[in-house]
Design a protein around this ligand. Structure first.
Ligand SMILES: NC(=O)c1ccc[n+]([C@@H]2O[C@H](COP(=O)([O-])OP(=O)(O)OC[C@H]3O[C@@H](n4cnc5c(N)ncnc54)[C@H](OP(=O)(O)O)[C@@H]3O)[C@@H](O)[C@H]2O)c1
Length: 428
């Protein structure tokens, strides 16, 4: 028995690797040979440790991850159909505008020659009940004769907001809510933030040395961290809708700000540039027709704006706050353009302004085992700074991981009102 459990553990580790490896995250499940079978086999081991509902929900969550990067501004959602202890269908929301996870699982079930009637549907997010880009999933569930639905998180979208569950119950379907709710909510924290605030979820990321430098004294930042950390950052560029930097970083680095992983998508580029000083010859301007590029500016100089627009850039004009781009107004503008998430890869100036404006939700901080020195070398958060350590921005729910030769610390920014100057930056 012990040997069998040990074998299952090894198998689980292998399958976990298959599902979460760089390739697994970026490839649609259908393109991963044998993945379905492995995931179903994996449950044999999981059920012994978790309750049955939890283990099927865990599997639905893993399926949901396969859609990450492709579904925005929709959530990532996974679904599993089970009858008499057997998985008879599975699916996930693959792309915005395409079928939802529930319909994919039902289609998979029929493709296997199985009938979904009387089955239990596990789904990470409450089924929708409105006509959006696709018809309501509640209709599909009812038509298929599903007898029980197990839901992870409630959908806070006002168009759903518990109505999906209510419709199913009213039609005699047994509904169990809140299985792995916290995990499912965390998985879709970008979606929940976007629905609630109508502004993008912002992840600030930077790489620094052990002595807190993000570039050498002359400005050269290539490369602070090793390859494994840089690959992770490219994955984030695929997973989040947009990447944002300041004009200072473009001036020094002339960056590409694309995603260089196979079968991944490029993020939208956002450059905060108060006066449109970025050279027309820069890489981001010259390639704007291939990769959507937005300049956030305060200039009213029509000729300058036209020069960028003629090369395919979009120019979003916002008010000035302390002489620079008003970040809160910008977030509202970007939210209205359905940009649900941003990877903030700014230098110290933009990072400080973003923190001070209260727009940063979480931080990914990479620390390389190097010392660079140089009093003039840039640091990750600059600006005027806080007047006392007690006023520092504090990270809660922290994690720490070793990524290749580097360390990565993550955490959510725990804002206290005193740290945020939204009134100053024109926000409250
Ligand atoms: N290691 C890393 O993770 C990393 C990441 C990024 C950059 N870097 C390095 O950082 C250095 C550049 O640092 P930086 O601080 O100059 O770059 P930055 O923060 O990307 O850019 C700052 C510029 O952005 C513009 N901006 C527009 N709106 C702003 C606002 N609301 N608040 C602040 N700035 C705003 C300002 O120029 P205007 O006033 O002209 O608009 C400002 O000078 C480079 O050496 C680069 O290599 C390192």
């Amino acid at each position: 028995m012990k040997l069998m459990l040990w074998n299952l553990c090894i198998l689980e580790l292998f399958v976990f690797w298959c599902v979460f490896s760089e390739k697994g995250l970026l490839l649609p499940a259908s393109k991963l040979p044998g993945q379905k079978m492995f995931r179903e086999f994996l449950l044999l081991g999981m059920e012994e440790k978790m309750g049955q509902d939890e283990s099927y929900m865990q599997m639905a969550m893993e399926l949901a991850e396969l859609g990450r990067g492709w579904t925005a501004p929709n959530p990532v959602v996974g679904a599993v159909l089970v009858r008499e202890g057997r998985i008879i269908g599975q699916g996930y929301h693959e792309r915005c505008g395409e079928a939802h996870a529930e319909r994919r699982a039902l289609a998979d079930c029929r493709n296997r020659g199985e009938s979904p009637a009387g089955a239990t549907l596990y789904v990470t997010l409450e089924p929708c009940c409105h006509h959006g880009k696709t018809p309501p999933c509640t209709d599909a569930v009812l038509e298929a004769g599903i007898s029980r639905v197990v839901v992870g998180a409630k959908d806070i979208n006002p168009l759903v907001g518990g109505k999906g569950i209510a419709i199913l119950r009213a039609r005699g379907v047994k509904v169990t809510e809140g299985v792995l709710r916290e995990e499912c909510e965390k998985q879709n924290r970008i979606f929940f933030h976007y629905i609630r605030e109508h502004t993008p979820y912002v992840r600030m990321k930077y790489a620094m040395t052990l002595d807190g430098k993000i570039a050498a004294a002359g400005g050269n930042a290539r490369w602070i961290t090793g390859e494994a950390a840089r690959t992770q950052v490219h994955r984030m560029r695929h997973e989040l809708s947009a990447v944002m930097v300041g004009a200072g970083t473009v001036a020094v680095d002339n960056p590409k700000l694309n995603c260089r992983l196979p079968q991944a998508r490029n993020p939208i580029r956002i450059i905060c540039d108060t006066t449109l000083r970025t050279p027309i010859e820069s890489y981001v301007v010259q390639t704007a027709k291939e990769q959507r590029t937005i300049f956030a500016s305060c200039t009213k100089n029509k000729e300058r704006i036209a020069a960028y627009e003629s090369l395919g850039c979009e120019v979003v004009t916002v008010s000035e706050c302390r002489g620079r781009v008003c970040l809160n107004e910008l977030m509202r503008e970007l939210g209205a353009r359905e940009i649900d998430s941003i990877l903030l890869e700014g230098g110290g100036e933009l990072n400080w302004a973003a923190l001070r404006s209260g727009i940063v939700n979480e931080a990914y901080i990479y620390i390389a085992p190097k010392l660079l020195g140089g009093a003039a070398a840039k640091t990750p958060v600059a600006g005027s700074g806080m007047d006392s350590p007690e006023h520092g921005f504090f990270l809660k729910n922290r994690t720490l991981a070793v990524i290749g030769e580097d360390i990565c610390i993550t955490g959510e920014i725990n804002y206290k009102k005193s740290e945020v100057e939204r009134d100053v930056y024109g926000n409250y």
